[in-house]
Every structure is written in C-alpha cells, then in structure tokens.
Design a binder for this molecule. Sequence first.
Ligand SMILES: C[S@@+](CC[C@H](N)C(=O)[O-])C[C@H]1O[C@@H](n2cnc3c(N)ncnc32)[C@H](O)[C@@H]1O
Length: 334
Amino acid sequence: MISTAAISPPNSELAVKKETMHVPVMVSEVLDGLSLRSGGIYVDATLGLGGHTEAILSRCPEVRMVIGLDYDTEAMEKAKSRLAPFSDRVRFIRSNFIHLHDVLLYNRIEQVDGILMDLGISSFHLENSGRGFSFFRDEPLDMRMDPSGALTAADIVNKFPVERLTDLIQTYGEERWAKRIAKRIYERRNIEMILSSTDLAEVIASSIPRKYHPRRIHPATRTFQALRIAVNRELENLKEALDSFPPCLRSGGRVCIISFHSMEDRLVKIAFREDERLKSLTKKPLVPSLEEIHGNPRARSAKLRIAQYIGGPTLRGQDYYNDCNPKGPKCDSA
Ligand SMILES: C[S@@+](CC[C@H](N)C(=O)[O-])C[C@H]1O[C@@H](n2cnc3c(N)ncnc32)[C@H](O)[C@@H]1O
C-alpha cells in the first residue's frame, strides 16, 4: 500500500473550495480505505467536483488511473478543469454509476482495484446549480442531479396524489409532520402551482406548528431531503450499485462508501454484512474527526464503510458484452 500521509492538499483543492465551497470529506480515511497500490486502477463512482480523485492522483503518483463517473454534466465540466493537470491518468465518463459494469467492459477494463462512492449532492448543487436544492435560494424547483432525468421536484409536488406525497415525505424524510405538510401542499397547489424552492419552503414551514419547528434545522430540511432522494432515485441506485459493483473488483479490491443519512448507511451496512462476495472491514462506520467537522460542518453526518471483495463471479469477457450490447452502454464517454 502506498503511504499518503505526509503530503498536504494541492492548491487547486483550495481553489475549488473557494469557488463552490465543496470540500471532500474524510479524504485520508478514504485513501487508506482504498489501500492504493502502485499501478492500480480506481473508480470514483461519484466524481462530483473531483475532490477525492484529485487527492488520489496528486498524493499517489504511482496510481495508474482513476475512472470518474458522474451523471451531472455541469459538475463533470468543473471536475475536468480541476483535474486537467492529471489528464493522462483520469478518464471522465458521464453515466449513472449503476452502469459501471458496462462502462468497464466497454473501456476494456476487466477489473479495478477499488471503488469509491461519496453519496448525495455536493455543495455545488446547493450553492451554485440554480436547481432548487436549497430552501435558502429562490430557484426553480428542479432538484435533478442528472439533467436528463424524467421527473423534477415540481412534478412531484404539483402532481402526486396527496397520499403518495405523504408516504414519500414520511419515508425518505423521516418527517413526523408528513401528513400535514402534504395536505398543505395540496391546498396551496389547488390555488396556484408551487414552482420555486422558497415558495415550497414557506408552505412547509407554515404547515408545522411554530412551537414544533426544529431548533437546529430549517423546518423544510426533511421534506427537501425526501424530494431530492425521490427525484434522483437515490436509494434504488444505491441498491443496484451494491449488487453490481463487487464483480467489477479484483480479488482483494476495496469498496469505500460515504453516506450522509441513515437510510443509505443501513443499506450499505446490510449489503456489506450479508453479501457473501464481500468482507466488511468496518464493523462500525468511520466518522470524521472533530477537527474535520469544525473545518467543514457538512462532514458532520458522514459515515464511511469499507469492504473487500473476496471472490465470486467476475466480469464476463468482451465478446459476451458485444453480443449483448451491440450499441454500447448507456453513457457518454466525456
Ligand atoms: C457528494 S458529491 C461527490 C463529491 C466528490 N467526492 C468531490 O470530492 O468533489 C456526489 C456526486 O455524485 C453524483 N451522483 C449521485 N448519484 C449518482 C449516480 N447514481 N450516478 C452518477 N453520479 C451520481 C452527483 O451528481 C454528485 O456530483
């Protein structure tokens, strides 16, 4: 394993931090968890602004390549300019990570040494995307990370039956006031459609009695989280990835997953415990140090779990792939 300890973050990490305020979380723990090795090929399945990939490439010159996937075109363009100094060691693939298996076959890579997933949205989405992820910004209610996704948050808010809306807010937001919120949304949309993030935030806040407003978070936090998870099919995608990633790894290869809410972490925990192809290396999830949380409060709910691939079926050969997918995988090689 390559030592990554003593090298400080490169300047461009700080530059991106300034522009978008997205700071990659638990970088040292991820680099150790991947157990980087000379000549290794790694996948950053949630490239985002390239913070983790930059750390891998800059701190470990012996790593041969990182394959970075993201389905957000804008985030990927930012990652491309950030990672320009490493252009010969990074490949950018615009794709949903559920297609990783096909992406590797298409690129004639049989197995990789490690896979990283840093789930959820980045600070770029919240602060700069203009897509209504934040209740503090007056923006169109979109919330798609993949701009080609079929469903926007406005579609859900304005078209879903009230029972389905209640269920969604309750399940994905773990919101005790889900029924009241859904009812108030229904009443408001019968007067006029709810199309902006601040309009929705106001409807939500007005449906929870003021004395029950949470003290530490905005009253709309949980509902916004629920909508984002539903719009981007986050839990479905994670389940699919957990099932399809192991055979993309060489024997002994690592998978590191950073999650930010309990539903994601539960899925990862169960998969790592019950999948016979994997050996969990973290009985309890790793969490950021107090120092990291102090410097980057977004890190406070991060949980990192690591597992090792111990065997089972590997990727099938290129001929099989060509026979099955004459048109190639559902992704753009950017
Ligand atoms: C938390 S950010 C990653 C930040 C990155 N580690 C960094 O340091 O800049 C998560 C990224 O994953 C992407 N993403 C989320 N779900 C995805 C999926 N199913 N397929 C591909 N990309 C996805 C989002 O668009 C977002 O850019």
